[in-house]
Design a protein around this ligand. Structure first.
Ligand code: PAF
Length: 280
């Protein structure tokens, strides 16, 4: 498996494949790959002849007091996992490659980015939109694969791709959970054993909301208050948001329809975790 460090190399690689009639899928990541990423790489392999996994801890999507410096980094293990899942190339640029000296261009959305995670992480989605646009412009992939766990991020990326007329298809894969229900996240390594038990309140809440919805409950106020009740039963969990929204606009909806996003975020100790479900 090849490791590419520059945009020029990545673009050359992708264009050469396209010239031969091959297809390219991009799996954008910040590394610390786990089984959730492995499922994204497999989904990419199923759709394209060649897969590139980008590994870049993007500084612009972290706030000044967030965990950029301590974000887990495991490059060797990441390359091994990506290779074993069939990736052809790793794109791991240095920061100066993606943000050259004097960089002054950002992708700023006029809506969406102040909702859900954007409300408590100002600037986060601007950083995500910017780096994902750069990666799509650099790799020119036929598909880019994202996980539903970051559902608000998916809404932002779909908006960016539509607004910038980028020709890449955005593919969204289901959340992968541990056997105890916890949604896989690179940040789970920060959880102590006791925090991990507390964190299970998130997936418990998601399951309750899915069950209520399956039994016909559609009202936002009822679903949200039932969810808050489960979460508040775990006293050390600090709820950030519990929301029923339209998945495209991230605006609250009073009545759930098929495809509505029920999303939640909470802090367990210093670690912020998210989870969600798309209602049937
Ligand atoms: O979901 C992530 O890991 C990141 O937000 C992404 C999409 C790779 C952009 O840095």
């Amino acid at each position: 498996m090849e490791i590419l460090r520059t945009v020029a190399e990545l673009r050359r690689w992708s264009r050469a494949l396209h010239c031969e009639g091959k297809t390219v899928a991009l799996v954008p990541t910040m590394g610390a790959l786990h089984a959730g990423h492995a499922s994204l790489i497999r989904a990419a392999r199923a759709r394209a002849s060649h897969v590139v996994v980008s590994i870049f801890v993007n500084p612009t999507q972290f706030g000044p007091n967030e965990d950029f410096n301590r974000y887990p980094r495991a490059f060797e293990a990441d390359c091994a996992l990506a290779g074993a899942e069939g990736a052809a190339v790793i794109f791991a640029p240095p920061v100066e490659e993606m943000y050259p000296a004097g960089a002054a261009t950002f992708v700023d959305l006029y809506s969406l980015t102040d909702r859900l995670d954007g409300a408590s992480r100002p600037g986060h989605f601007r950083g995500v939109a910017t780096i994902v646009a750069k990666l799509l412009i650099a790799a020119e992939p036929d598909q880019a694969i994202f996980g539903q766990k970051d559902a608000a991020q998916v809404a932002v990326i779909r908006r960016v791709v539509a607004d910038l007329c980028l020709p890449t298809e955005i593919v969204v894969c289901p959340i992968v959970r541990d056997s105890d229900g916890l949604a896989l996240s690179s940040r789970n390594v920060f959880l102590s054993p006791i925090e991990r038990t507390q964190a299970l309140a998130l997936s418990r809440t998601v399951r309750l909301v899915e069950a209520l919805s399956a039994s016909g409950e559609r009202s936002r106020s009822i679903l949200v208050s039932a969810a808050r009740k489960v979460m508040s039963a775990e006293p050390d969990l600090r709820v950030d948001y519990v929301a029923l929204v339209d998945w495209a606009t991230l605006q609250p909806v009073d009545v759930a329809v098929p495809g509505s996003l029920f999303a939640l975020a909470a802090k367990v100790g210093p670690t912020r975790l998210i989870d969600n479900t798309i209602l049937a």
